[in-house]
Design a protein around this ligand. Structure first.
Ligand SMILES: [Zn+2]
Length: 144
């Protein structure tokens, strides 16, 4: 069986602890990735409090691997509590790739989802580092 380093995806010998190419802790990363994949799988669990809990943990851990899956939940889940949890988690992860999803969630049918999406958007916008991300244009010094 061929193994791959979960950090640089180069082929590595089986059962090594540290990647010879990028020096990543292969063993720890593999265990963590298994855990994250389990959490992502739990987002589709039929018992509705399980996806809510999984989304919460993924948000706390800022798991960017889960973004596309949670984005899909916000569009497809019919449970506003699950959508709310996914929206909150996306806000915590805070990647700019979440913004589009959160903007559409801000127009969701359920009030609790809209409120959470607006909070998440504010959080991401406030968390954006100001000066060095400012466009190099006149008036950029007023960016805050
Ligand atoms: Zn590597």
């Amino acid at each position: 069986m061929i193994s791959y380093c979960p950090a640089c995806w180069r082929e590595v010998p089986e059962r090594i602890h540290v990647c010879p190419y990028c020096k990543a802790d292969v063993e720890r990363l593999t265990l963590e990735r298994d855990y994250v994949n389990k959490l992502i799988a739990a987002l589709d669990h039929p018992e509705p409090t399980t996806p809510v809990r999984a989304a919460w943990i993924l948000g706390i851990r800022k798991e960017t691997l889960a973004i596309s899956h949670m984005a899909r939940l916000t569009r497809e889940s019919e449970d506003p509590y699950i959508v709310e949890a996914a929206v909150e988690a996306l806000g915590k992860i805070g990647e700019s790739t979440c913004l589009e999803v959160l903007r559409s969630a801000a127009r969701h049918g359920a009030v609790r989802v809209r409120v959470k999406a607006q909070q998440a958007l504010l959080l991401i916008q406030r968390g954006t580092p100001a000066p060095r991300d400012c466009p190099d244009t006149p008036g950029a010094d007023r960016c805050d």
